[in-house]
Write a protein that binds this ligand. Structure first.
Ligand SMILES: [Zn+2]
Length: 123
């Protein structure tokens, strides 16, 4: 995907370069068919600009795919850490957990209790 976009940009740059060159040459008196030369230059220039637009669209698509993947990863992590309240058994979300003095503290929205998330030490 990335290599394809790079090739598109290089081809587009070459097309725009020759497009500008042809249009510029069309204004020269030494060209026998200035309108034909200008038409070739215009087509080349437009093709190059179209390729840049296409490459930009491909880039946006790729960025969107990355965002979707990140969202899926995030929801997967949340599902893995299914937390329930110790005293009432209510479902907790990461938003109900705050860091206090380096220790995660749960604030249950259902029974309003607060306690440290760490497991009790086994004696
Ligand atoms: Zn609770």
């Amino acid at each position: 995907m990335g290599a394809g976009r790079t090739i598109l940009y290089i081809v587009a740059a070459v097309l725009i370069f020759f497009g500008v060159l042809f249009i510029w040459a069309a204004f020269s008196d030494q060209i026998s068919q200035p309108w034909g030369t200008m038409a070739v230059g215009a087509v080349s220039l437009l093709a190059g600009l179209g390729m840049i637009a296409l490459a930009g669209r491909l880039g946006k698509k790729a960025a969107q795919e990355v965002t979707v993947v990140q969202k899926i990863d995030f929801s997967g992590d949340v599902n893995l850490e299914k937390l329930t309240c110790r005293s009432c058994g209510g479902a907790l979300t990461p938003e109900n957990i705050t860091m206090l003095a380096g220790a995660p503290v749960v604030h249950c929205p259902y029974c309003k209790t607060s306690y440290q998330l760490e497991e009790k030490p086994k004696w």
